[in-house]
Design a protein around this ligand. Structure first.
Ligand code: ATP
Ligand code: MG
Length: 426
């Protein structure tokens, strides 16, 4: 049965044009966008961009007909926040069209032009006319996402945080422990301000793991949605170390924690506005809000221990998330608690084959140091700084924040080659 399951899941993944790992495209705010396309290829790319998670809040309308349709539309109507205009014509026609559009454009409306000419003179003239961006066709989905989101996250705009969601393929596999240790390492080793958000409101352990017992936390925000803004959320954070704060779970049972799908949106938006790195400790559940949280994250880490149920669940999660986040890097996964004495386990190589990807890390079962850390309210690096598990958390922190390439081991150098063989049909 295992063999069948493994055989049936190996897939070829050619993948679309993805942003580079260290490129962070911040989500666009609630803006209105109207696109006037001339070619179906561009219309399709813009349409797909509208479905990207980063454009989830924006309202996008697409029409064919290019400049002619745009002039028609704005003769009597106000212009939206962003106009995307495609021109198949020569540069002179583009400039004349933009001049006539300028007469009806409301102040504050940004214009992105998609043209078919790679021409410096044209580009200069576009800049002079205040065009925000010029994309050369054919454009990819991510080109459009990058251009639109880039309008609202220019270098002088506020830094926008990146969300890493960590979730277990099963309960109890160590997802929280890994989330807390990775966040701690992001804060200490990469000196990035980080917030751990404990989304396991009833049973979360972040407070215990960081030896904190704050009087306030995430419950105060999620149960008072009308009060949420950056300052309010800031006051709910408890400081764990120089660069690390915690938005703690109450871990009390006097109320129940049933939430609507969008319950955490405003909290995540507030954190994103002020904190560069947000690590979400997502409980092992499949509800409207956990699904939405994973779909909207910048990066996802799935923690699995090496048995069949974990393999099946990790596979289902990865397939679902890949299918619904086509312009994003696929979720990472780590194998945890590997090598429990006498326990039969599925090998890492079989996981890699079934999930068509190598694990970001393999963490051994080390009850002594994990148990000591958990019971003392400390991190692994505090209990055993030189242990190889502490080094693994440092490497994960780098890899998951897209900071630096992780040092390649010899196995790492060989793996692209191995992957090529693996992908060959049997
Ligand atoms: N590699 C490891 N070796 C030994 N023990 C580990 C390892 N990783 C985690 N643990 C221990 O496993 C237990 C469960 O970990 P943790 O609470 O992080 O899991 P979880 O997936 O978040 O669970 P839950 O589903 O309850 O949220 C903890 O006691 C933790 O210290
Ligand atoms: Mg947990």
């Amino acid at each position: 049965m295992i063999r069948d399951a493994l055989q049936s899941v190996i897939q070829e993944s050619s993948g679309p044009d993805l942003p580079a790992r260290d490129e962070h495209i911040a989500p666009a705010p609630r803006i209105s966008i109207q696109a006037f396309c001339e070619s179906v290829e561009t219309a399709a790319a813009v349409q797909a961009a509208g479905e990207d998670r980063r454009m989830g809040k924006a309202h996008l309308k697409i029409q064919m007909g290019g400049m002619v349709a745009a002039s028609e539309a704005y003769r009597g109507a106000p212009t939206p926040n962003v106009i995307i205009l495609e021109f198949e014509q020569r540069p002179e026609v583009i400039l004349a069209g933009l001049d006539s559009l300028a007469e009806v454009c409301d102040p504050g409306t940004r214009v992105i032009v998609i043209g078919h000419h790679n021409d410096v003179v044209l580009y200069r003239e576009l800049v002079r006319r205040g065009v925000s961006d010029y994309l050369i066709a054919p454009v990819t989905t991510i080109d459009v996402v990058r251009a639109v989101c880039g309008l609202y996250s220019a270098p002088d705009a506020k830094p926008v945080g990146r969300i890493l969601a960590v979730v277990g393929a099963k309960g109890g596999v160590g997802a929280s422990t890994i989330a807390h240790n990775v966040a701690w390492s992001i804060a200490r080793d990469l000196a990035l301000d980080s917030v751990v958000t404990d989304l396991d409101l009833a049973f979360g352990t972040a407070g215990l793991d960081y030896n904190q017992d704050p009087p306030q936390g995430i419950a105060d925000a999620v149960f008072s949605p009308e009060r949420i803004d950056t300052n309010f959320v800031d006051r709910l954070l408890s400081k764990c170390s120089d660069n690390l704060s915690l938005l703690a779970a109450p871990a009390t049972l006097d109320r129940v924690y049933d939430f609507g799908a969008e319950a955490f949106d405003a909290i995540f938006d507030s954190l994103r506005a002020t904190v560069p790195s947000i690590v979400l400790d997502v409980p092992h559940q499949w509800t409207g809000w956990t699904q939405r949280t994973l779909l909207a994250a910048d990066d996802i880490l799935i923690v699995a221990s090496p048995d069949l149920a974990n393999l099946r669940n990790a596979k289902n999660l990865i397939d679902y998330l890949k299918a619904n986040r086509v312009n994003d890097h696929r979720p990472f996964y780590v194998l945890n608690q590997v090598g429990v004495p006498k326990r039969p386990e599925i090998k890492a190589a079989d996981f890699a084959k079934a999930l068509d990807d190598d694990p970001a890390a393999i963490i051994p079962f080390e009850p002594q140091i994990f148990g000591t850390a958990a019971n003392n309210g400390q991190m692994i690096a505090e209990v055993a700084s030189n242990h190889k598990v502490a080094e693994t958390f440092r490497q994960l922190a780098q890899q998951l924040t897209g900071r630096t390439e992780v040092k390649k081991s010899r196995a790492g150098l060989l793996s692209p080659l191995l992957q090529r063989f693996r992908k060959k049909p049997a």
